[in-house]
Write a protein that binds this ligand. Structure first.
Ligand code: PMP
Length: 430
């Protein structure tokens, strides 16, 4: 019988390239063999050897109520009993979309997809159709899923496995996508003034979650909106990570700007695969059957995701956990920063609401270039030190920690005690 993590991972390696179904899960950047997991409950996940971890990975963002929240389990069970996919319009799609629309008023029209990748891909297509232009402006280190046009100079998984160019993506595709530095209004302004008439859309993570957590500087965000408007280009917010992470609704409501299009995913599905894109009615109504552009999906809007999403919104609306999520993140961020300082380690925490990232570099971390400078060896030892002590974060210096509703204050303090130990170890090798 197969019992250990090691044995299970060896079996996985005989099936999946690198043993994983998504490369971010591999330990490419940190070395070693990943544990293999069997279950999650609340704030904890358990590997096949029965070891428990306090989970800050949150499955790379979809989880906010933790694992197997009773309200979501019950919604999914009821949905399963009544048909997981009907291939028709259902009442649940309508109800869920209405709820999203009232939380995110810029969604005059929307479509559900089954992943964030598809949401971005479709938003780009409809933006190109609307403007009759092909160029997309994006920002270095932002990750927008794994569709061809957005894989140039992307952060997150591609950065973690060290790919600046992705083989198989045609050079012609990338020629139409200009990747500019984040938080650099000057470069953006110059580019848009020179060649803005070619730009269909400026695509941005309004708060970055894919080279750490990096909020936009006010002038940068203002420049995006001003220059896009001036050039007749659309603004697309990729809120796959940010929507419902920081507030009930999208982060656009906190930042004070309204994009033309918004892409959603992760949290909104209550832990079930989902994506969505929406925004201006005149743009979305270019989609078939109303218009000449096409987008589709067999599982788009399936009742499992819709009903899990509805249950999630009910809980979030009722409990409004955002203040508490932020307080836990503040305590973690401050505790980690203070401990790193005691051991004189180069260390910067970036935080926005209940999400933060840990960078082994003297700050500030405002751009992808800053995040890349962080020390790989220190991060790797930090990651493994935490893992050995039962704390789970992503095996990448570019990914975030997420607080979740079921994290207790004891979990937070236990995490800080573990980190203190690990920093002491790091100080010996730094
Ligand atoms: N956009 C952003 C900002 C993301 O972080 C991700 C996933 N990490 C995606 C798009 C792609 O979503 P999915 O993995 O569901 O395709």
């Amino acid at each position: 019988m197969c019992a250990t993590n090691e044995e299970w991972f060896t079996r996985a390696e005989r099936l999946f390239p690198g043993g994983v179904n998504s490369p971010a899960r591999a330990y490419a950047a940190v070395g070693g063999t990943p544990p293999v997991f069997v279950r999650g409950e609340g704030a904890y996940v358990y590997d096949v050897e029965g070891k428990r971890y306090i989970d800050y990975l949150a499955a790379y963002g979809p989880l906010i109520l933790g694992h197997a929240h009773p309200a979501i389990v019950s919604a999914i069970s009821r949905a399963a009993a009544e048909g997981t996919v009907l291939g028709t319009t259902t009442t649940y799609e309508v109800e869920f979309a209405e709820r999203l629309q009232s939380a995110i008023p810029s969604l005059e029209r929307l479509r559900f997809t089954t992943s964030g990748t598809e949401g971005v891909m479709s938003a780009i297509r409809v933006a190109r159709a609307f403007t009759g232009r092909t160029t997309i402006v994006k920002f270095s280190g932002c990750y927008h899923g794994h569709a061809d046009p957005v894989l140039g100079d992307a952060g997150s998984g591609t950065a973690t496995v060290g790919l600046s160019h992705v083989a198989g993506v045609p050079a012609e595709t990338l020629r139409d996508v200009w990747s500019l530095p984040y938080n650099d209004p000057e470069t953006l302004r110059t580019t848009m003034r020179k060649r803005g008439e070619r730009v269909a859309a400026v695509l941005v993570e309004p708060v970055v979650g894919n080279f750490g957590i990096v909020p936009p500087e006010p002038e940068f965000l203002r420049t995006i909106h001003e220059e896009a408007a001036r050039a007749g280009a659309l603004v697309i917010y990729d809120e796959v990570i940010t929507a419902f992470r920081f507030a009930y609704g999208a982060v656009q409501s906190l930042l004070g700007y309204t994009p033309d299009l918004t892409v959603l995913g992760k949290i909104i599905g209550g832990g079930v695969p989902i994506g969505a894109f929406g925004g201006r009615r005149d743009v979305l109504e270019l989609l078939a059957p109303l218009g000449p552009t096409f987008q589709a999906g067999t599982f788009a809007g399936n009742p499992l995701a819709m009903r899990a999403g509805l249950a999630l919104l009910d809980v979030l609306a009722k409990e409004n956990p955002y203040g508490e999520l932020e307080r836990k993140a503040i305590r973690l961020a401050e505790g980690l920063t203070a401990a790193a300082r005691r051991y004189r380690l180069p260390f910067t925490v970036n935080r926005f609401g209940g999400a933060f990232s840990t960078h082994f570099v003297d700050g500030p971390v405002r751009t992808y270039a800053d995040a890349r400078r962080a020390d790989d060896r220190l991060f790797s030892r930090f990651f493994h030190g935490l893992r050995e002590r039962g704390i789970l974060i992503a095996p990448s210096k570019y990914e975030a920690w997420f607080t979740m509703v079921p994290h207790t204050w004891d979990d937070v303090e236990a995490t800080l005690r573990a980190a203190e130990d690990v920093f002491a170890e790091l100080a010996r090798i730094a």
